[in-house]
Design a protein around this ligand. Sequence first.
Ligand code: A4P
Ligand code: MG
Length: 159
Amino acid sequence: MGSPPICSGSQATLPSKLESRPPRERAYVALGSNLGDRAAHLRKAREALASLPDTELVAASAIEETAPLGGMRQPSYLNQMVLLETGLEPRRLLEACQAIEQQEGRQRTERWGPRTLDLDIVRFGDRRVSDSDLIIPHPELSDRDFWRRELAELNSHER
Ligand code: A4P
Ligand code: MG
């Protein structure tokens, strides 16, 4: 009788794509526009967010027309919220949002004034950030009924 075959125990190596990549987090980004072709600004913002590196646009809420907040006379807004799954850090996402606002012709004149496109990070996973230029969750969340409705809508069809 011959000796049993020697199994060359395979020292499995992990495929490189399983190597330590930080898990993606869920980021909720609010879109607002009250100047120019408002629906087109929102559409281009969705497309630009969906094409960010290491980012997927998982869901978008309905678009809602809302009366302007903040007491300034200005046209009504179209508002919408999107859910992203992203490997970007919050600050990197903020920079990307500001670049997308610029692409859509945003001019910063007065705070809470009219704008072609405004992108606000409403939530980012469970993170809490309170830097001078980035606050998460967004401080206006509790005061904006339409944001709370949009968040609820996005969470209602979580996958
Ligand atoms: N910033 C801090 N935290 C954040 C965050 N979580 N997401 C800083 C995004 N930005 C954040 O923003 C001012 C600064 O906020 C940025 O430089 C960033 O570093 P901005 O977009 O330049 O100016 P803003 O939008 O005029 O001010 P702010 O405080 O962002 O106002 P909001 O909350 O964006 O409100 N009415 C209706 N119906 N719908 C609206 O969407 N939006 C506004 C603007 C007013 N009225 C509105 C709506
Ligand atoms: Mg803003």
